[in-house]
Design a protein. Structure first.
Ligand code: MG
Length: 394
């Protein structure tokens, strides 16, 4: 029996994880949840799963949840809050597996604490490896902690890597759907609306990651994550556009063999793989119908169309400070785009300028990472308002 802490339990990965727990009650039980801001969902999860500990984003939300639990007569659930609360959830002694799925740098501290406490990690939070990869991997190596990727591409690579030794890997290929603007004429990019960018062709996901897929910076983050997870230089982590999203990624070995992982586009599959590793439990509800497969297309990504992907490769090559800035600037730029303050191509322009203004430096602690993140966000906000001022005075 594995005992789980789920960081980000009310988000889409968190809910899919609970759905796996529902399907495999003799394998997985839930001990603690970090539920963020959604009190209704947190209350429902508390009544269904009766965890020992729940963390909310703020003291006020924790108070609201305590009130709801009390009036429903539910007892025995500790309610904590904030980043300290998420750390408590992640390091609860009876927990042996932590699903890290809090979106953003908010998940960093708790994930790092879980690694330091020796828990096995199912990793869905991108920032952990993009912004703090060196720190987290170093801590994991020191303690012999397994980091099992839940992101579908890295999960696929992890599966294919079992087909050979690390030294036999020539390169890996991360597949990308290409997003909704794969074939949109470049001249129309300035007029892309948030509503258009929020329609992803194959995956249903949160708002930021959907926009990040449309700009392909999401794939850029995944390149950085893959470099860290599989200890590969950026040149050995390639991206291929695969609109069907059926092959989740591929590993090319030195003898010319390429292994690909194919499955349904359902996050429950990589979650189950990570939870059950190194076993493979039977999952009839996740069967892929091979007879329905008629065509698999692969093509090179166009870096003029997707400048964010180019910027991510550049950041991967220049190091930690650039990777922190890439992520922070993107989050601010995506929010500005969704609020109609910058255009779709303005996202890449903002990030490029922030990267140009970011000095190289080494973050030696999670606090250093968080400080560099704050500085990059401030820089991005300034870049956006300076550009807006330049446009309105033009
Ligand atoms: Mg992915």
């Amino acid at each position: 029996m594995k005992t789980l802490a789920i960081l980000g339990s009310t988000g889409s990965i968190g809910q899919s994880t609970l759905s796996i727990c529902e399907s495999f009650p003799d394998r997985y039980q839930v001990a603690s949840l970090a539920a963020g801001r959604n009190v209704d969902a947190a209350f429902e999860q508390c009544s269904r799963w009766r965890p020992k500990l729940v963390s909310m984003a703020t003291e006020e939300l924790a108070g609201t949840l305590i009130g709801r639990l009390r009036s429903a007569g539910i007892t025995g659930i500790g309610v904590v809050y904030g980043s300290a609360g998420a750390v408590e959830v992640a390091t609860l002694p009876e927990v042996n597996f932590v699903v890290s799925a809090i979106v953003g740098v908010a998940g960093l501290e708790a994930t790092y604490a879980a690694v330091c406490a020796g828990k096995t990690i199912g990793l869905a939070n991108k920032e952990c490896l993009v912004a703090a990869g060196e720190l987290i991997l170093e801590a994991a190596r020191e303690r012999g902690v397994a980091l099992l990727p839940i992101d579908s591409e890295h999960n696929a690579v992890h599966q294919c890597m079992r087909g050979g030794k690390p030294s036999e890997v020539k390169q890996i290929w991360l597949t990308a759907s290409g997003g909704p603007f794969r074939n949109t004429p470049l001249r129309e990019f300035e007029n892309i609306t948030p509503a258009q960018a929020l329609k992803h062709p194959t995956w249903v996901m949160g708002q930021r990651i959907t926009i990040d897929s449309a700009t392909m910076i999401n794939k850029g983050f995944e390149v950085i994550e893959a470099c860290r997870l599989f200890d590969l230089p950026p040149a050995k982590v390639r991206v291929t556009i695969h609109p069907q999203s059926t092959v989740h990624s591929l590993v090319e070995f030195v003898d010319g063999s390429i292994l690909a992982q194919i499955s349904v586009t359902d996050m429950r599959l990589p979650i189950l793989y990570a939870l059950a590793y190194p076993e493979r439990p039977e999952a009839p509800h996740l069967t892929f119908d091979l007879s329905a497969l008629s065509q698999l297309d692969f093509s090179q990504p166009d870096l003029e169309r997707f400048p964010c992907l180019r910027l991510a490769y550049e950041a991967a090559g220049s190091g930690q400070a650039a990777c922190i800035a890439l992520n922070a600037a993107d989050e601010i730029a995506v929010a500005a785009f969704l609020e109609g303050r910058i255009t779709f191509p303005g996202i890449a322009r903002t990030i490029e300028q922030v990267l140009a203004e970011t000095p190289a430096c080494r973050a030696a602690s999670i606090q250093d990472v968080l400080n560099a993140d704050v500085a990059a966000r401030e820089c991005a906000r300034r870049v956006i308002s300076e550009r807006a001022a330049a446009v309105s005075s033009a």
